[in-house]
Design a binder for this molecule. Sequence first.
Ligand code: FES
Length: 89
Amino acid sequence: MSDLPKVAGTSPVKVELEEGKKYAYCTCGLSSNQPFCDGQHKGSGFNPIVFTAEANQTIPMCMCKLTENAPRCDGKHKCLSEPDTTSLQ
Ligand code: FES
């Protein structure tokens, strides 16, 4: 298994959180229920980050899985290279 998580998306997704509710943020990128864990991480070496929302709020959640401020986006997705389409022109 790779040491790096799978990139689930190249931009963050805004998620509405409910105060006091517990969430499990997917860190492996394999979940079909992004950005939340669905158990697909088993055997990958990754584990979800479980957190309780402190308020009713909408936050940008990381989809590239490179953030250092999980589950929030910290802008790391901007480092991902864009697909090279120059050969198609
Ligand atoms: S499915 Fe990715 S951490 Fe659980």
